[in-house]
Design a protein around this ligand. Structure first.
Ligand SMILES: Nc1ncnc2c1ncn2[C@@H]1O[C@H](COP(=O)(O)OP(=O)(O)O)[C@@H](O)[C@H]1O
Ligand SMILES: [Mg+2]
Length: 279
């Protein structure tokens, strides 16, 4: 939790200069990729985890990252918003290289990057509604967030999103009373209330049974289309990746071995990505 000395005004980033910058970014956004990863490398200690990874994500992309356990999928997602510091390359988000961003600009960028996690990462003792509202914390001052004082507009938006993900009847339940599929729907609403320009999704269905997994993937895709936000989704399950995603990136041991449409993912390409694993 931030200390009191870091209290910020309510909307620190909204200045005429930042508005002009935002407008020029919007003007460019039709052509420029939302995310442009170039020659990204990451190491843990002396071990190379990501090796020279490059790809782009446009506004209408839903890209799956597949590959065996330990390939570097989670590290890739964590490098994009610098939860893990890459050690080389660029991560351009809306034109800005986040590797060069100062803390304040990085915080502003992170607000526009929604995350959906395998284990949902909900606060069990909070209500479903309060869990969704935690997605607004990046926009709320420290004092207000400590008191969980949310703007009325945020509460209204949370209720609309809960309706959109099919949880209207559960708003005031504690999060730990929900099923796995319902919990992930809360996770989706929490990411969307950030008004993200990019969704990073890490194994969203690993804790779910196959039918619920398909429903959750369908919902993520539907919401991504509706809110026009591109998605980068790590997913172990190749069948789900080919069924729901428009493009697939295959990682193996930190190296990009494949990039293409689902129908281009041949058995040979799969064998290459999964190398030693028996399919
Ligand atoms: N915090 C860490 N410290 C050291 N090694 C790590 C850490 N996190 C992950 N690794 C290693 O990095 C490699 C890639 O991990 P990860 O990105 O989690 O792969 P994936 O998500 O594809 O399963 C693995 O070999 C893993 O053991
Ligand atoms: Mg992982």
């Amino acid at each position: 939790m931030d200390s009191v000395s870091t209290i910020e005004p309510l909307s620190p980033e909204v200045t005429p200069a930042s508005m002009a910058q935002a407008e020029s970014l919007l003007a460019n956004s039709a052509s420029a990729p939302v995310l442009d990863v170039r020659h990204l490398c990451a190491v843990y200690g002396k071990r190379s985890i990501l090796r020279d990874i490059s790809f782009t994500l446009n506004a209408d992309d839903f890209v799956a990252v597949i590959g065996p356990s330990g390939a570097g999928k989670s590290t890739l997602i964590r490098c994009i918003n610098r939860l893990v510091e890459p050690n080389a390359g660029e991560v351009r988000f809306l034109g800005e290289d986040l590797r060069q961003s100062r803390p304040r600009a990085l915080r502003a960028a992170r607000r526009r990057i929604g995350m959906i996690f395998q284990e949902f990462n909900l606060v069990d003792r909070l209500s479903v509604l309060d869990n969704v509202l935690t997605g607004r914390l990046g926009y709320t001052s420290t004092v207000r967030s400590l008191a969980r004082l949310y703007a009325r507009a945020d509460i209204e938006r949370a209720l609309v999103l809960l309706e959109r993900v099919g949880l209207s009847d559960h708003c005031h339940k504690r999060a730990d009373r929900l099923s796995g599929g319902q919990r992930q729907r809360v996770g989706i609403a929490r990411a969307l209330i950030q008004e993200p320009r990019l969704l990073l999704v890490d194994e969203p269905t690993s804790s779910l049974d196959p039918k619920v997994a398909r429903e959750v993937m369908g919902l993520i895709r539907q919401m991504a289309e509706e809110f026009q936000v591109p998605v980068l989704c790590n997913i172990h399950d190749v069948d789900l990746a080919t069924r729901f995603c428009s493009r697939i990136i295959g990682l193996q041991d930190g190296v990009k071995r494949f990039e293409g449409r689902p129908d281009e993912l041949s058995p040979a390409a799969l064998r290459d990505i999964y190398a030693m694993e028996v399919l």
